[in-house]
Design a protein around this ligand. Structure first.
Ligand code: SF4
Length: 327
C-alpha cells in the first residue's frame, strides 16, 4: 500500500524529501536512498507503508532496552529500508537488500499487540524512521490501546520530523556508532551532528538508551571509546549505554571485536556513567543492573530474562536511590 510521503517538496523535475539529512532529490520513477520513498505521478509516496519484513515477540532486553519495563515482552516489527550504509550491518539482509514483505495494516498491528502479552510495539531491526508515516498511524492506535511505542534507530532524522513523531514515542535505543564525524560521513553514509542532536532532543522527551557496536579496526580504539563516554556523560550520566560486540557480517570481514576492548569500554565507561552494559558477549556484570549508590543488585539478567530483585518501583530497595528505570 502506498501513502503520500510527509515532508516532501515538489521542485522542477524532482521531489525533495526532507525526512533525513540526505535530502534526496528524487526524479520521476526513482527511489530515495532509503528505498522507502518513490516519485510517481508527480507525488512522493511512502511505498514501504505497512510492508513488513519481520515480526516477532521479543524480550525488551533484546532491543536492547534494559531500563524500560524490564522483564517484559514486546511485539517487534521491521520494514525493508535504511538510510545508512554500514558495511558491517548485522541485519543487512533486510536493511540493505530487497526482500519479500507482507502488508500489516496499523489496525492489524493493534490486533496482534492485543493478542500477545506485550507492552506495545518496537519498530526495530532495520531503520524505523524510514517507516515514518506507518509509525505515525500505528503509533497513535497503539497509544489509544494503552501500548508503548519503542524505536531502535540510527537517529538519522531531520529535526522537524523528529519533533513531530516524538510525542508518540515512549522509548528509543539510538545506535551511536562513533563520535568520529569522518567515519559517519565516509564509511557509514550518515551524519554525526544529526545523530547527536537526535539523542539530545529525544532525551528531553522520552526514555533513551544508547548502543555502541564496537567494530574491529573502525571505532574500537581507546580514544574512540573515551570520546563516546565523555559525550554521553556530558548529556546525562544516567543514560544507559550498551557496548556491543561486532561479528563479521555483510561487507566487513575483520575478526570479532577483541574481548579486551569491550572490557576496556565497560570499565572506562563505569568511571563516568551510572549504567553500562556489554552485549553479544557472556558477562554477568555486563548484563546486570547495580545500584550506582550502594552497588546492590537491582536487576539480574540471563539470556534476555530479567529478574527485578532489588527495585521498589524506580528506587533501590536497599538504599532508596532513585534509578533511571521505567517500570
Ligand atoms: S528518508 Fe529516504 S528518501 Fe527521504 S531523504 Fe532520507 S534517505 Fe532520502
Amino acid at each position: 500500500m502506498n501513502v503520500e510521503a510527509q515532508y516532501s517538496e515538489k521542485a522542477d523535475g524532482y521531489i525533495r524529501c526532507h525526512i533525513c539529512p540526505h535530502e534526496c532529490k528524487i526524479k520521476p520513477g526513482k527511489l530515495g536512498l532509503c528505498r522507502g520513498r518513490k516519485n510517481e505521478n508527480d507525488t512522493l509516496w511512502a511505498i514501504n507503508y505497512g510492508e513488513t519484513t519481520s515480526i516477532a515477540l521479543d524480550p525488551i532486553e533484546k532491543k536492547p532496552l534494559y531500563h524500560f519495563f524490564p522483564g517484559s515482552q514486546i511485539v517487534s516489527i521491521a520494514c525493508n529500508s535504511c538510510n545508512m550504509r554500514c558495511p558491517f550491518c548485522q541485519n543487512w539482509e533486510i536493511s540493505q537488500e530487497e526482500v519479500k514483505t507482507q502488508f500489516i495494516s496499523p489496525e492489524i498491528l493493534v490486533k496482534i499487540f492485543k493478542e500477545h502479552t506485550s507492552i506495545g510495539i518496537a519498530y526495530t531491526y532495520t531503520e524505523p524512521l524510514m517507516w515514518y508515516e506507518y509509525i505515525i498511524d500505528a503509533g497513535e492506535l497503539i497509544h489509544k490501546e494503552g501500548g508503548k511505542n519503542v524505536l531502535v534507530s540510527n537517529g538519522l532524522i531531520n529535526e522537524d520530523p523528529l519533533m513531530n513523531i516524538l510525542p508518540l514515542i515512549d522509548a528509543v535505543n539510538i545506535d551511536l556508532k562513533t563520535t568520529n564525524a569522518d567515519i559517519y560521513k565516509n564509511t557509514l553514509k550518515g551524519d554525526l551532528d544529526t545523530v547527536k542532536r537526535t539523542i539530545e532532543i529525544a532525551h528531553a522527551h522520552c526514555h533513551v538508551e544508547i548502543t555502541n557496536l564496537l567494530v574491529t579496526g573502525l571505532n574500537d580504539k581507546k580514544r574512540d571509546i573515551d570520546a563516546l563516554v565523555d559525550y554521553v556523560a556530558a548529556i546525562d550520566t544516567h543514560i544507559p549505554v550498551h557496548f556491543s560486540r561486532y561479528y563479521p557480517n555483510y561487507r566487513y570481514d575483520k575478526p570479532p571485536t577483541p574481548e579486551k576492548k569491550l572490557y576496556y569500554a565497560f570499565e572506562k565507561a563505569k568511571e563516568k556513567l551510572k549504567y553500562v552494559y556489554l552485549g553479544n558477549i557472556p558477562s554477568d556484570d555486563g548484563a546486570n543492573t547495580y545500584c550506582p549508590a550502594c552497588q546492590a543488585l537491582l536487576i539480574e539478567r540471563m539470556y534476555y530474562r530479567a529478574m527485578t530483585k532489588g527495585l521498589k518501583a524506580n528506587q533501590c530497595k536497599k538504599c532508596g536511590e532513585k534509578i533511571n528505570v521505567v517500570v
